[in-house]
Design a protein around this ligand. Structure first.
Ligand code: DON
Length: 336
């Protein structure tokens, strides 16, 4: 299989590091004034987050890191774990088997909807809770502890440092996650998950409780952008073939019932989490992360959505922006 080199020649023009830095600062100063939204508290421990925290970080596929604000503050990854566990399931089992279990259609519903695709009994996609529980059920291991360690090791490799689980948040969600229990038991009833439901839920709650910083998230995004290889450590984390599938589903489903609007305005595969993080991936170029705990009624960070929209417009990051003018493969074909 052809793999990408660990580090590539910078895709950013020489002047652009300064431009990225300036835009991050400008966006940070502008959007930190926004105070809309509220900190999620349906998982009681999440309610303790500091609503003033705000950080943004960009990591390029050649390992350059640009950051502003509170990029060292740890928070639980929550739903931003979903694309990574989906990538793990695809890497482990391949597209055919995973697609038999989890679909690739946007649901247009809230992230925690208790609904399956009526024609197939599958969850709509891996970015909503049902699909994420389905993807978690595909992580191999002899026990929950072993499977959780497998997840943690892969997340750590993508971030380039050892991560850990926030036990208080895990306990808090475990004690209150009745809606996710309902989703998992519905899936068990429909034959869309195998195995012990309580163990699968425990694994899902643990993956949501992994602590990351904004910088970790941007590095994890850069690992996806860099075809599965961490751009700083050079570690090969995900199967290259899985990346296309993960980014496709992030693009169409990653921002829940805001996904269409996000694809239209921002145009970058992304995933949000209720703790206030947003991760975006600019294919073959950048991982971008923002953190600000106040979220809107769809579960997306208010400041994060504004900052991503700003960066996408200013840097021409939209997948269909005129600056994206074709792959090297096509250019070579046309030139020969
Ligand atoms: O399943 C839950 O409720 C959380 N552990 C994850 C939710 C989440 O982050 C969805 N995001 N917008």
């Amino acid at each position: 299989m052809i793999r990408a080199p660990a580090r590539r020649v910078s895709l950013l023009p020489e002047s652009s590091p300064a431009i990225v830095r300036d835009l991050l600062t400008q966006g940070y100063e502008t959007f930190r004034q926004i105070d809309d939204g509220s900190v999620a508290s349906y998982i009681p421990e999440l309610g303790h987050a500091n609503p003033a925290h705000f950080g943004a970080c960009v990591v390029s596929v050649d390992g350059q890191c640009f950051e502003v604000g509170d990029c060292d503050v740890e928070f639980t990854i929550q739903s931003i774990s979903k694309p990574f566990v989906y990538a793990m399931a695809l890497t482990e089992h391949g597209r055919v088997k995973v697609c038999q279990r989890v679909g690739v259609e946007p649901s247009g519903d809230a992230f925690n909807s208790i609904v399956l695709d009526q024609k197939t009994n599958r969850p709509f996609n891996a970015m909503v809770n049902a699909g994420a529980i389905g993807a978690a059920s595909l992580i191999p291991g002899a026990s929950v502890a072993e499977r959780s360690e497998t997840q943690l090791a892969v997340f750590s490799a993508a971030a380039g440092r050892r991560l850990r689980i926030d036990d208080k948040v895990y306990q808090s969600e475990s004690e209150t996650g009745h809606r996710n229990r309902a989703i998992a038991w519905l899936m068990k009833n429909c034959g869309s998950i195998d195995g012990d439901v309580d163990e699968i839920l425990s694994l899902y709650f643990q993956q949501c409780s992994i602590l990351v910083t904004t910088r970790d998230l941007a590095m994890m995004g850069a690992t996806l952008a860099n075809m599965g290889i961490n751009p700083v450590t050079g570690q090969d984390v995900f199967e290259m073939a899985a990346i296309q599938d993960v980014l496709s589903v992030m693009f169409t489903c990653g921002m829940y019932d805001f996904s269409g609007e996000w694809a239209f305005r921002v145009g970058v595969p992304a995933k949000s989490g209720v703790s206030g993080g947003i991760l975006g991936v600019v294919n073959r170029q950048l991982g971008i992360a923002t953190y600000s705990p106040k979220i809107d009624n769809r579960g997306n960070s208010v400041r994060g959505v504004r900052l991503f929209t700003f960066l996408s417009e200013e840097l021409g990051l939209h997948a269909f922006n005129f600056m994206n003018h074709g792959s090297h493969f096509l250019k070579n074909m046309i030139n020969t």
